[in-house]
Structures are given as structure tokens and as C-alpha cells.
Design a protein around this ligand. Sequence first.
Ligand code: ZN
Length: 320
Amino acid sequence: MKNTDRELLFLSPYLKEVLWGGTKLQKEYGYKSDSDHIGEAWVVSANPHGLSTVRNGRFAGQTLDQVYREHPDWFRPDGEGDFSLLVKLIDAEQHLSVQVHPDDAYAYRVEHGCGKTECWYIVDCDEDADIVIGHHAQSKEELRELVENGEWDNLLQIIPIHKGDFFFIPSGTVHAIRRGTRILETQQNCDITYRLYDYDRLQNGKPRELHLQKALDVITCPQELPKSERCRISGTDPECAEGVRLIQCPMFTVEHWSVKKQVTFSAEEQYRIIDVLEGEGQIQDVPLHKGDHVLVPSGYGEVELKGTFEVISSYIGRTS
Ligand code: ZN
């Protein structure tokens, strides 16, 4: 199936200023901003809280949301509902708050939107960097007690991290990105966060709002962390490109690719996102560089990358 009216969408990010941000996203990827507190680049986003913008072709200057509303069938086979995925690059100059996101059932009931399962690919980090994933409480009562007494060291599970690590964070999992960490996050298109602890920091002289009761409602307890599902993607000549599937879940599939010469992806029933972390070359003979994010609409068919790249590629659901 190839629809010749469909074109590749090169996207420019929405840059978000936050108290824990820095300047690495601008320096590393050439994104333009005057702020020295940029923490997030929403690189593929149709979310009204931060829209990415098409920078090429007949949709140049339009937000991804506008293109989605005009051509929903380019992005979902059923052409209904919200845009499904949201991809961010995150640069943590300081710790992010300790937080949790609700699942779909809770979010639809309480917030009237979908929940949030997310995953992190560690693009780069300081040598001694770590991250919070999960907790040690065995029951909701113990969880509440440790939270109310501020016993964060006893509650939170802190894991050392290295460049190239990958973490799957299902809804209900307590987590925090910590200082000295740059990640690429693929997540459900949702901006609902319940903040549990913010290191007693002040923003404009005031602490940021916490959401203790909702957080306690949705935290999985006891916490079981998902096992790594990393597996090699077969069918590609390793001299040309090597692919690893990092996760496949009902919300998204995420792959890591080391492209040495060439790779062909296809977008049939699903759209496909291509995030270039390193390298340069071409996509369909158009120049492609580090920091580029391309959305291949569903029904586009095959797309060829030529050059040397490190790429994260994602799409909805289980099938490619
Ligand atoms: Zn989160």
C-alpha cells in the first residue's frame, strides 16, 4: 500500500522551560532558544501543551496537530481519537520531581484523558548518574507512612544508569529522572503527572504543587519492575544496519538502530517516527542530521535511510 499524496514530515520541537533545565539541548542539537533553562524538547508532539511544527513541504509552518486534524487517516487506521504518541528529548541539569502517572482507566475516570506509560532511552549521562524507578513499600499503608514521614531514602529505589540503557515505565510506577541525564522519552500522548516529592525546591519563591492523594491512588504496590525485553531485529544485513527492539507493548513499539550504510523502514498501517540521535546522511535522498525528527505517515510505504546514524524509531502498538 503506497499513497503518493503522503509526505515525510520533518518536525521542529516545542522547547519547554523548566526549573531543572539547562542549555544542552540547544548546544547539542542546534535547537534555538534564549532561555538557559530548557529541560524538554517535545520533538514529536500534537499535544496542545506543546506542539511541534512541520518545517518542510506543503505543511511547512503548520503544527502537527493541524496536520493531524486535516488528515487523521495519515496517523491512525481508524482516523479517530487523539494523536497517540509523544516523543521528548529531556536534559536534566537538576533532579526532576519524584512522580507517577495514572493508567488509562484512572485517567479517563478522573482526568478525562488517557493515562501515561513511558519509556526512556539514555542518550547520555554523567559517569555517576542514577535514576529513580520503583519503591520498596510492600503495602499501601507502608507506602503512605513513608511518604507522609518524608522517608524518601527508605522508600525510593535508585538505580545507576549508563549511556545506552533503556527503561520501560508502565503507568503506576514511581520515577524520577535525576541530574546529569539526557534521555529520549517515548510516551502516550498525555501530560498528567502526579508529583510526590520535589526536593523541597522553590519556583518563583513557592514550592510546586504536589498531588499526594492521587499519587497514592495510582502507585502500583508492591512494585514489580518489568524485565528487559531487548531483542535483536532479524532480517537486516549487520554490515548495513543493526536493530534492537527495546520494547513492544500495547501502547508503542520502540527500536534502536545503528545504521552503518543503509536501512529501509516501512510505514503501512502505522505511522513511524524516526529520531536521529547521531550521524548524518539522507532519507529518501533528502539530507538528514543529528537532532532531526521525521514522521513517516501511515500508507507512505518504504523509506530509505542512507548514511551513518544512531536512530530511535517508534510506532503504535505491536505490529510493524
Ligand atoms: Zn514521567
